[in-house]
Design a protein around this ligand. Structure first.
Ligand code: KIV
Ligand code: NA
Length: 256
């Protein structure tokens, strides 16, 4: 049965861990979906496989193009699409327009946007009222890389209290889940206990309701990966070996 955002809330209540990964095309999405991933995020972290240095340059058009391919590969998982930098921060109407395009043009079921400050909470509330499911994202928010860097967030008492309040505000605005990125595990635990909606952690310890990783990190396809990523296989090595073998076989006229 297809996963819904209500299902994720039920799984939290039942203590059933939620499994999320990112995808950027049909082939990857199909494999992840068939392997039992519950939530597939078309994350703007796909910047890494498109050759961008940060997530900032990605356009809404690019996100929609990739989300359509991902959606075609998914039968069961909930598909969530990141709204890219400066396609939702300007105004509620800009956010409505961008999120509306994503849902209408890709067939994805939800959008994710970064930040839990008051204006963003208001935006989330308005999107939800309009029928657009929203996943929040607090802690390290990579679209703010030039302000925050990529450091762990929430290390001081003040910062950790602010992140907790942001997560609570996003829940009250109607978000169906919230990503907690690169924050101390103790803070992630506290947020997870205080919220009714599920927390999906990345670099936030083992006590979140679910976990998400960037698939290009998991598969060893990325040139670099953050310290909290677990690399389960090394596709860069495997692809290099396969292609080098092909190159030499063709040159030596061993293949075909
Ligand atoms: O873009 C992305 O992959 C994300 C996850 C790290 C949550 O936002
Ligand atoms: Na993202």
């Amino acid at each position: 049965m297809a996963v819904t955002n209500q299902q994720l809330i039920q799984w939290k209540q039942q203590g059933r861990a939620i499994v999320a990964l990112t995808a950027w095309d049909y082939a990857i999405a199909q494999l992840l979906d068939a392997a039992g991933v519950d939530l597939i995020l078309v994350g703007d972290s796909m910047a890494a496989v498109l050759g961008y240095e940060t997530t900032l340059p990605i356009s809404l058009e690019e996100m929609i193009y990739h989300a359509k391919a991902v959606r075609r590969g998914v039968k069961r998982a909930l598909v969530v699409v990141d709204l890219p930098f400066l396609t939702y921060q300007e105004s509620i109407s800009q956010a409505m327009h961008s999120a509306g395009r994503v849902l209408k043009e890709t067939g994805a079921q939800a959008v994710k946007l970064e930040g839990g400050y008051p204006a963003m909470v208001e935006t989330v509330g308005r999107l939800v009222q309009a029928g657009i499911p929203v996943m929040g994202h607090v802690g390290l928010t990579p679209q703010s890389v030039h302000q925050l860097g990529l450091r762990q967030q929430g290390k001081t008492q003040e910062a950790s209290e602010r992140i907790l309040q942001e997560a609570i505000a996003l829940e009250q605005a109607g978000a169906f889940a919230v990503v907690l990125e690169h924050i101390p595990s103790q803070l992630a635990l506290e947020i997870t206990q205080k919220l009714r909606i599920p927390t999906i952690g990345i670099g936030a310890g083992g006590d979140c309701d679910g976990q998400v990783l960037v698939t290009s990190d998991v598969l060893g396809l990325a040139e670099r990966h953050p310290p909290f990523a677990k690399v389960y296989t090394n596709l860069r090595e495997q692809i290099t070996t396969a292609v080098a073998t092909y190159v030499s076989e063709v040159k030596e006229r061993k293949f075909p």
